[in-house]
Design a protein around this ligand. Sequence first.
Ligand code: COA
Ligand code: MG
Length: 296
Amino acid sequence: MTPRSWLFIPADSDKKLGKSDETGADALIFDLEDSVAPDRKGLARDMLRAHLAARPPGARKAAFYVRINPLDDAALADLAAVMPAAPDGIMLPKTLGAGCVARLSLYLDAFEAAHGLPAGQTRIIPVATETPRGALTLAGFADTPLPRLVALTWGAEDLSTALGASTNLGADGGWALVYRMARANVLLAARAAGVAAIDTLYVDFRDDAGLRLSCRAAAAEGFDGRIAIHPAQVAGINDSFAPSEADIAHARRIIAAFDAVPGAGTVGLDGRMIDIPHLKQARAVLARHAAITART
Ligand code: COA
Ligand code: MG
């Protein structure tokens, strides 16, 4: 099942590492990049290595990813520290496009071989919009064979820094146009590449109602999950990216309507036309519900 909530945990905090087992997040992202100050990178690497070593694969409660530093920064040292623990995947920041994912994939080939891990098991989720070049070349993810690619996500903070912008918000308080474009293109590129789309973080971590509203809108647009920065965001994200009771009931009624007219390509339901895309969507809703139920 695609994780709904992806919780960031700064790897240089004993307290936060210690909390990670109990958060209920579908996936944890241990962070070695921007939540760790430059002079603490080595310490964070050592702390994460020790934390992971104390949790052999059978003892883990959630999928775990590691956000490494960018490829031209400390990526190899980060991979050397975490690959012995066989992470489910690597989050790659500041990507310039599909080529960066292909390069990381080659590194992972080598680390998997070195540590006796099954070839290709380590997944990759790039943060695909943190550089202008990345934001402009999203379609490349659909054009390049990238078997490790599991999802695309996006971020507004680094992009606005790169653009020299003083804010990433528009006059209405929502994302400014360039970030809305980047976000929409991430969803399109993820679907074109056949992988999940993960929405960026909701910065106000005490505003549960606002988070839920925003997540439900993202889920309705097609996003599969969302980055979390605080344990308090996990429940809101998990709830919002699971089909609701009403979604499930509606999907069952659509399937029943088609079952009642064998061979029909289109049927009426509540005075509205329903056709094959609706049937596929209804099946997808029930499959997602089943996967979430099986997990919990
Ligand atoms: N993972 C695990 N535990 C976390 C956590 C996280 N992401 N964020 C907070 N906690 C813990 C705190 O350590 C605290 O523990 P305590 O009760 O034992 O003291 C508890 O949850 C409550 O935290 P709170 O006081 O509400 O927040 P804070 O002020 O300590 O931290 C942030 C706020 C934003 C600094 C913190 O949530 C954080 O570091 N988030 C991740 C940031 C990140 O990784 N950014 C990079 C990706 S964009
Ligand atoms: Mg960043």
